[in-house]
Design a protein around this ligand. Structure first.
Ligand SMILES: C=CC1=C(C)c2cc3[nH]c(cc4nc(cc5[nH]c(cc1n2)c(C)c5CCC(=O)O)C(CCC(=O)O)=C4C)c(C)c3C=C
Ligand code: FE2
Ligand code: FE2
Length: 397
């Protein structure tokens, strides 16, 4: 009875205003080895990620130089990045739950907007236009905010919307580092990885939370990412003993630095060496700043780091990425539902939504606009402010 009512409501909504689009923003990864060069070229052209002098000239050259090495890495993990597959699975699962959690904004349709590979933001906007979307949520899939990641996706969305003729009402979820569902999903996966060790040794296994590092030039201009990653770690280690019955030693460490400049440390590989020097023979590593598998988990952690660890006599186990974790999919559905209820209040009963206090970041709760005016709220640094005019009110939704 309840589900047929929801279906009826969906039909009415569909006829009147099209689906509510949930736009899952992320960087994307090359689906095949042939896509590696264009992925890298788009990535090195992105001033929000890597500001280079003479960028237009240098970006294609650096991309070409790096392509053979990066192709080898993608070849070693099966010939491409699985990010699109996981994002689609997560999006479909989320939309299905959302139709029940937020019937007054149903039906919901997930869209993917990648920054460096297909589907790119511009194509996604065209598709949304064809589908008759009138209301959309720009939902970052990076739980922790950085100018270099979510900021870049928001700036791209802003740029594309200015040149695409749509009349969509937008709202934004720009960060969710301590969402209880996210924290629970991480804790469950760590608990699962700990089971691979004998019961008597489990509580002594150190946990290395590993996040993609940032250049110190970005850290020093006030980028919120390091603190937000730390807040995720702290929330997970606070919850974990409720699942495991013990508190493991833990550290937050940083991986995947590129090039010769200074990056935020301690590097994950140095921490592994350090643990061995301290006498540890076992450890768990947890990818904490990405919601699905990618080259940093499948190549760097599983192949490179695990092998280095093995060579020095340390058994390194990795907690699974969130991928199709039902707890995780429920978390993003809850977050989107709470956000939608905050932006589009309704009298309808919403008792099933969990964690409604968490609505998604800097801009949540403001009324929407048919103009997407959100750009990277970023940090309080000069470069960011000069580029984005954030605090002069131009960005207010
Ligand atoms: C939270 C995640 C990420 C942050 C923060 C981030 C910042 C960041 N990255 C670079 C440079 C590169 N990153 C590359 C690949 C890459 N980066 C992330 C995530 C974050 N990056 C992922 C998931 C991936 C891989 C995608 C996949 O596997 O599908 C690359 C390309 C690979 C290489 O050439 O080594 C570069 C370059 C900078 C400079 C930066 C912060 C400013
Ligand atoms: Fe990166
Ligand atoms: Fe920014």
């Amino acid at each position: 009875m309840k589900s047929s009512l929801i279906r009826l409501k969906n039909v009415i909504n569909q006829n009147s205003s099209g689906p509510t689009g949930i736009v899952m923003m992320n960087m994307g990864g090359p689906a095949t080895l042939n896509d590696v060069h264009s992925f890298l070229s788009n990535l090195f052209h992105d001033k929000d990620l890597i500001p280079l002098p003479f960028q237009k000239l240098l970006a294609p050259r650096i991309a070409s130089k790096r392509t053979p090495k990066i192709k080898e890495q993608y070849a070693a993990i099966g010939g491409g990045s699985p990010i699109l597959k996981w994002t689609e699975i997560q999006g479909e699962g989320m939309a299905k739950l959302l139709d029940e959690l937020s019937p007054h904004t149903a039906p919901h349709k997930p869209y993917v907007a990648f920054r460096y590979v297909n589907p790119l933001t511009a194509d996604t906007l065209e598709q949304m236009k064809k589908d008759g979307v009138k209301r959309a949520v720009a939902f970052t899939q990076y739980p922790q905010y950085s100018c270099s990641t979510t900021g870049s996706s928001l700036n791209e969305l802003y740029k594309q919307i200015k040149t695409t003729d749509t009349d969509i009402q937008w709202s934004v979820i720009d960060r969710w580092p301590t969402h209880p569902g996210l924290v629970k999903a991480f804790a469950q996966n760590i608990h699962q990885a700990l089971q691979r060790f004998d019961q008597d040794e489990r509580k002594h296994v150190p946990i290395l939370f590993s996040a993609h590092s940032l250049p110190m030039s970005i850290v020093n201009r006030g980028d919120p990412y390091p603190a937000e990653v730390a807040s995720t770690v702290q929330s997970v280690v606070s919850l974990l003993p409720q699942l495991t019955g013990h508190a493991n030693p833990h550290r937050l460490v940083w991986q995947s630095q590129v090039g010769p400049s200074a990056w935020l440390g301690q590097q994950t590989s140095d921490a592994i060496q350090g643990l061995r020097k301290l006498g540890y023979k076992k450890a768990i590593v947890v990818p904490i700043a990405f919601t699905s598998d990618h080259i940093e988990t499948l190549f760097e952690l599983d192949l490179e780091n695990a092998e280095e660890a093995h060579e020095i006599g340390l058994r390194l186990e990795r907690a699974p990425s969130l991928n199709d974790s039902p707890t995780f999919i429920r978390a993003i559905a809850d977050l989107a539902a709470a956000h939608l209820h905050n932006v589009y209040p309704s009298n309808q009963s919403t008792t099933e939504i969990q964690d409604t206090g968490y609505v998604g970041g800097w801009e949540s709760g403001k009324p929407t606009s048919t103009q997407f005016k959100m750009r990277c709220p970023g940090c309080t640094n000069e470069v960011c402010l000069k580029q984005k005019d954030y605090f002069n009110g131009e960005n207010a939704i």
